[in-house]
Every structure is written in C-alpha cells, then in structure tokens.
Design a protein around this ligand. Structure first.
Ligand code: CDP
Length: 806
C-alpha cells in the first residue's frame, strides 16, 4: 500500500452509502425542467379524451344525445355506458371488492360523475364536444350526511345492490350500508368500562379531504392492432397491479400489456386505484386505432378521484383515577361515497384502523366500523397514510388529551404513564398487532427537554391568568402528539391486493466494469428512490451509489412489485434490495476466494471488497470481482453477476414519533400563529437523513393543511363547495410554519437493514399535534373538543360559543 491509497474513511465516504446525506440524483433532471411526465408524452396521431360530467349528485339519466357532439369539428367518437356494455366495461371492479360505474349507467351518484367520454383531435375540440352532448336528468333526493344514510326512509343509492344482504365484507344491514367490521374483545372491554373510575366519550370527526398532488391523474393509451399489444403510460403508484387489472378486465394477455409510469408529480394515495379515465382511454384507443390521452384538470381531480378520511369516530376511554388506561372502545361511521373504492389490502375494509390503541398499553379494546354509501365521490384512499392509520392516530391522540383534561393531568405525563415499555417489545396489542420495536419514553423525554415543556406550560398558565384579567386577547395551546405508525404492507399472511400478496422485489445486474442497474417493484412519486435505493446497495456490496442506476415503473423490465404507497417502499422494497445485494455479495465472495486462492471462509468483508483474514494486503475489490465475474469464475459456476429478490416481510414496521406544536390564537379574529413545531421521528436505521428531513417537512406541511383548513366540503344539496384551489386550502411558503426536526434510532429487528418507513409519519403525527394545540388553547375556557379543520372562522366561532368574545 502506498501513501496515495485512500484511507478507510475515504473509501467509506466514496460509497455514499446508508447514513449519507447524498444529494438527490433525480433532481438533476427535475431542477432543469427535464422530467418526463405523462403529459410530456406526444405520440403521432394522438387523440384527446375528456368527460361529460353530471352537475347533479343524484339523478336518473333519462337520455343522452350525442348527435350534435359528433358533428363538432375534430370530434371522432363519444362513448357512453351503452357502448361500454358491448365490451363488458360499463362497470369496473374496485380494489375494495365493490363495483363502480365507468360511465353513468342509468343514474348518477355524485356531482361530476363521468357520463360520457368525448374523443377528439385536440383538447379544445373535446371540450366543444362535451358542451354539445345533451343529457336529460331527473333529479333524485340526496344523502350527504353519513349519519342519515341508514335512516329507514333514506333514498336507495345503489340500485345495482338492491336486495343484496351480503357485501364484499360480510352482511349489509341497510340498503346504504357497505359493511360492518369489528375487532377486539367486546365483553372484556365492556367489563373494563363497567368498573372504570373515569371514562370519557367524544365524537371525533376526521373530515373529508383530498391528496391533491400537483400533477393530476392522467394516462396515454396506445393499442397496436397488428401486434395486439396495449401500451399505457400513466400516473400509477402501482404499475404492475394496473397491468394485472387491465389483463383481467380487458381480457388482453398480460404480456401484451405494457404499463409505464414515468416521472410522477406526487401521489399521496391518489394514484393507487383505477379510474374511469384509464378505462375510457383504453377503450378509445382500441376503437379508434390511435393513441388517446386523458388528463384530469384540478376540479376533476378534487371532486371525482379518490378522497381521503371522512371517518366519524365515537371514542371512549376507560381509566383508573391515577390515569392508567384500562379500555378503549371506538365506533366509526365511515362515509365511503357512492362506491366503496377504498385502496386497502383485500382483508382490511377499514385499513389498519386497529392500530388505534396507539403507543399505549391498553389491556383491552374493541372497535366497530360501519361503512355507508352517500352521494359523494368514491375513494377512501390513504392520503400519505398507511390505510387509515392517520384516522386512528388522530382518534387516540385526541382521546388521550381529552382524558388528561378530565383527570386534571398533564397530557404528556398521561402519555408517559401509559406508554408500552421498551422491555415489552415485541408487543402484542389488544387489537391484534405485533409491534416490532420502540423506545417511546426516550423519544418523549427528548422532545420535552428540547422544547422546555415545563417552561412552556408555565408560560401558558401565566398567559391564561393574563387573559382572565383582560390584559391579552391571545390564548396559547400546546399540542402534544405521540404516534405509533404501522407501515410496510405487507406480510402475505395478512395482506393482499386482489389476491396478489403484497411482497416487493428487486433485480440487480452488475456489469463488468463495476457499475450496475437495480430494477425495483416500487415507484417513486417524489420520494427520491433513485437516490436512496442506490445507497442501500452501495453499503451492501461496496460499489459507489453513483455507479448504480435505479429504474422503476416499467412493467416490462421491473420485477413484479406492489408499488409505492403507505410508506411500504423502505420496509418491503428496501428489504428486497438489501436481500438481492446480499445474493450478489455471496456470489462475489466465491469468485474472490477462487481468485485469491483461499477458502471462502478465510475472507472477510471490508467496506468495498473482500480481504483475507490476517493478511490485510491480500484483497479483492468489488469492482475487480465484477470484472472477474465475466471472465474467470470458478469452474462449474455460471458467469455474470446478477440477482433477484422477492421479499415477503415477516411483519410490519412500527415507526413512531413525538411532536409538539406551540400555537397562539387571537380570539377576536380566530387567527392563529404557529410559534414552534418540533417533530422527533424514529424510523429505525436512516438511509438518507436529508431525504428523511424532506419527507418530514412535506408531510408536516400536508398535516398543517389538513388540520387547519383543507377540506372537501359539500353543501346539503350535494354541491362540492371546495372544488378548486380557491377554496381548498393549499398552503404556500407564506402560510407554512418553520419545522424543527429531530430523531432517535430504534432499528426494526426483522428488517434486513433495520429500517422502518417514514414518508407518512409526519402526516399521521402532525394532524393531532395541530388539533391538540387548538383544543389545548381553548380548554381552559371550558371546551372539550372542537372539530377540525381549525380555520380562522371556526376558531373565532369556538371563542364566541365559549363566551370569550365578551
Ligand atoms: O413508500 P414511500 O417511498 O412513500 O415511503 P418510505 O419507505 O418511508 O420512504 C420515503 C423516502 O425516505 C425514501 O427515499 C426512503 O429511502 C427514505 N427513507 C430513509 O432514508 N430512511 C428510512 N428509514 C426510511 C425512509
């Protein structure tokens, strides 16, 4: 070794592996406007499709006259449900086991529902065509309030289900009932409540909102009649699942369908399911023989593609006088809109809501969820959330604050008293989950010390006294939230989508010069997978991350994977990547042993290659092994260096975090100020701290939006009144507070690299922190719970209702 040889630290740094704040490689193209999104695609002769939509939320479609539209210059075809019936596609299956109209079949069930699809030479002609389609409607009574959906005399919404007492998830109690899902021990829980010293009961509503990614849902479909092949470019979070669904419903052999998800501008759950636009564009390309593009506008995205939340949770907690929780009982009324199009694993009609016991050691719990149909858009997607975990976290974190208020205890102290202790992991929750690892006390105490929690409480009580004396009109709230997430769907023993187990996959192919390509079943929508997946491989096999190209989203080249949502990529695909890399390393070790003329067991790994134990000069770098793999492998070994892994996780991962929001509210105007927001996250082993921080910033901003104003609101006649960014709160840099981030590291014991997911944690933990801050601010005026979203008007109204306006 000469003096110029790199040090161990330099060799390590050169890899830019796990733990490194590696700059995002994808940003080179994004910051230069060179991203490649669906709407950038222009194929020769491409046509444009657009929808005629219903202005009414519930109406019978008496007639559709397309004659005038077909005469509009440039309009080539107008599809209606009658046309789709010819190819058995007037209805499509949903991921939740229900069926959904592709185009209005006899009636419409929500405002802006798709009624006809106009295909034209350009978008403007399509729009003129839409205006020329004549539809006659007969309005029907609407059901907007989910609490009235199961009234005996409520209008029948789903006539296609008339008389059906069984749904996809068991018995239906009423013509507008979707399912009832129960979990836990009802008798034990009732007994715990019967002998409790203290109980609380509150209806906690998590309002309807929408993921609203900046890029809306869109696709281009192109059918090659000669080859019988269908290519679909689309904004798909799960491209392989889309290919399988298309194969099943369009009866095209799966290998003749090419699904490509290019760059995607945000998904947040909105781009998991299948929408009428995809089906209509696919039918239109087959009918016309030309490529067809469909691109949603903002209003269409907000009012028709998947909504999120709309969970109304009657929450009860039983406890001892000293503040030890003894039971949890929750009944949820879930508004599913017109069709149950929730994007959950098949066996989970209420997602993973049964994580609702949170971070606390509840001896018993019982949950019942009733899903109902209403005249609203279908969906129920996990908006930056792992299948209803956000609703669950809100439920328990508000519940714990309400209990603390009743007990006269500090909310942080109540949490510390009830946390699952480090020695209890792996922990079996009363509602059936096995939490893999956690150290809640350490995280909570770090948060409390960093922000000087005791000092803030002192300041708050002084401010309250000053308010009572009339010296200030501002009230102060501290919003504590301690969440436990469940991410990484998931183990095949309990998770599948349409019967396909929720594994994920990676294929790594190393080239002779020591560079390689990794193809992965996940699909980034901005999370930076091209950067972080290469970092995992760099650490595992000692090849610099810059020499690994990551490719996702093309079903012809990527191994079958279930896609990216619910922070499943790191727990599942990330594990597959590590396992594939380990297969590469195992073969590399055999090659190195052969070349170094030693036994495999005589070699040890050393950052970027193997060395002979006890003979540090005798080494072979991974780069050299790659070359050897293509010219001098041991006798009997196949040449080449590639590996595939399909990873079926043994369990979910359970990231957690301690958040606090310090807020001040002017009671006379309802205007709030976020003075401080501190977020401590524990996602196990951290692959890229900079990307994690970016994920947390983004998730907190969405949580802020949801808690403080973002809502899909309907008036009583079924009109969406927040259907554009004029009314749907989309925070900009002006409104967004400063975020302070922190972390602890508690690795997952079952994940190959100890990592847990993180992408959605800030949304899950952030919303209760904001809501608890508002509620904490008002609590001394006598309120127990104020429903979200906490916009200025609602804050002012709360102050007025509590008699604080004088
Ligand atoms: O499934 P999705 O990509 O949305 O979520 P995720 O698995 O939580 O990952 C989001 C991003 O954070 C990815 O680029 C991950 O590689 C990165 N991450 C990380 O660096 N370390 C972790 N422990 C978890 C995620």
């Amino acid at each position: 070794m000469n003096d110029m040889a790199p040090t161990r630290e330099q060799r390590e740094a050169n890899l830019e592996g796990m733990g490194c704040k590696r700059k995002r490689v994808e940003d080179v193209r994004f910051t230069q406007g060179k991203g490649n999104y669906v709407d950038d695609l222009k194929l020769p002769g491409m046509l444009h499709g657009d929808f005629v939509r219903s202005p009414y939320p519930h109406a019978r479609v008496v007639s559709i006259n397309t004659e005038a539209a077909l005469k509009v210059p440039g309009v080539l075809a107008v599809l209606t449900a009658e046309d789709l019936k010819g190819v058995n596609l007037a209805w499509m299956p949903t991921l939740a086991g229900d069926v959904q109209m592709v185009l209005a079949d006899g009636k419409v069930l929500y405002q802006n529902q798709e009624v006809a699809f106009v295909v034209a030479t350009d978008r403007y002609a399509a729009d003129d065509g839409i205006n020329a389609v004549e539809v006659e409607y007969e309005q029907l009574d609407v059901v907007i309030d989910p609490f009235t959906a199961m009234a005996p005399d409520a209008p029948v919404l789903r006539e296609d289900l008339a008389g059906k007492t069984e749904g996809a998830h068991g018995p239906r109690k009423h013509h507008n009932h979707v399912f009832e899902w129960t979990v836990g021990d009802r008798e034990l829980t009732d007994a715990a409540f019967a002998k409790a010293d203290v109980t609380i009961k509150e209806m906690l509503s998590y309002h309807r909102t929408h993921p609203s990614p900046l890029e809306t849902c869109q696709c281009v479909c192109s059918f090659d009649k000669i080859r019988g092949e269908l290519s679909i470019w689309g904004t798909f979070q799960a491209p392989h699942v889309i290919r399988t669904v298309v194969a099943l419903i369009a009866k095209i052999p799966e290998h003749k369908i090419h699904v490509i998800a290019p760059d995607i501008g945000g998904g947040f759950g909105n781009k998991v399911g299948a929408y009428p636009g995809y089906i209509c564009a696919a039918v239109a390309t087959i009918v016309t023989g030309k490529p067809v593009k469909w691109v949603e506008d903002r209003i269409e995205n907000l009012t028709t593609t998947s909504f999120a939340r709309d969970y109304h949770m009657t929450t009860e907690i039983a406890a001892t006088r000293e503040g030890k929780v003894t039971g949890l009982r929750v009944h949820v009324l879930a508004d599913h809109g017109a069709f149950d199009a929730c994007a959950d694993p098949s066996k989970w009609p209420a997602g993973f809501f049964n994580i609702v016991t949170g971070s606390y050691d509840f001896p018993t719990a019982h949950v019942a969820v009733d899903g109902v149909y209403t005249n609203k858009a279908p969906g129920g997607v996990a908006y930056r959330c792992s299948f209803r975990v956000t609703e669950a976290a809100y439920c328990i974190e508000r519940g714990m604050d309400i209990l603390a208020q009743k007990l006269g205890m500090d909310p942080a102290e109540l949490r510390l008293k009830n946390f699952i202790k480090p020695e209890q992991f792996p922990y079996h929750s009363a509602l059936g989950w096995e939490y893999d690892s956690g150290d809640y006390q350490t995280a909570m105490k770090k948060m409390m010390e960093t922000v000087d929690y005791a000092g803030l409480r002192k300041e708050q009580s002084e401010k309250r006294e000053a308010f009572k004396r009339g010296e200030t009109r501002e009230i102060m709230g501290l919003g504590v939230s301690f969440f436990t997430e469940i991410v990484g769907a998931g183990p095949s023993k309990n998770c599948d989508i349409l019967g396909i187990a929720m594994f994920d996959s990676c294929e790594i192919r190393m080239h002779p010069t020591g560079a390689g390509i990794a193809r992965v079943g996940s699909k980034s929508q901005g999370q930076g997978h091209e950067t972080t997946w290469a970092q995992i491989i760099a650490t595992e096999i000692g090849i610099p991350a810059d020499d690994i190209m990551v490719e996702e989203g093309n079903t012809d080249t990527a191994p079958y994977g279930l896609g990216t949502y619910g922070s499943r990529s790191t727990p599942v695909a990330g594990a597959a990547i590590a396992m594939a890399a380990r297969k590469i390393k195992a073969k590399a070790q055999m090659i190195a042993a052969y070349k170094l003329e030693v036994h495999e067991g005589d070699l040890e790994w050393d950052i970027d290659g193997f060395r002979v134990k006890g003979l540090p000069e005798k080494t072979m770098s991974m780069k050299d092994i790659c070359w050897a793999a293509y010219n001098s492998v041991p006798p009997g070994m196949e040449p080449g260096l590639e590996a595939v892994s399909y990873y079926d996780p043994p369990n979910m991962t359970y990231p957690f975090g301690a958040y606090i929001c310090v807020m001040e509210i002017d009671v006379d105007t309802g205007v709030y100020k976020i003075r401080r927001f501190y977020a401590l996250d524990d996602c196990g082993t951290r692959i890229n701290p900079m990307i994690i921080e970016g994920q947390v910033h983004g998730g907190l901003t969405e949580a802020f939006a949801i808690a403080m104003g973002q809502e899909i609101r309907y008036d009583e006649t079924g009109n969406v009144i927040t259907g554009s960014f004029m009314d749907f709160f989309m925070p900009t840099a002006v409104e967004t507070p400063h975020w302070e981030t922190d972390f602890t590291v508690t690795p997952s014991p079952h994940h190959p690299i100890g990592a847990k997911g993180v992408g959605e944690s800030p949304n899950v933990g952030g919303v209760p922190a904001f809501s608890n801050a508002v509620n904490d601010a008002f609590s001394f005026l006598g309120s127990t719970h104020i429903q979200m979203p906490h916009d200025f008007w609602r804050n002012w109204k709360a102050a007025k209702d509590l008699g604080a306006l004088g």
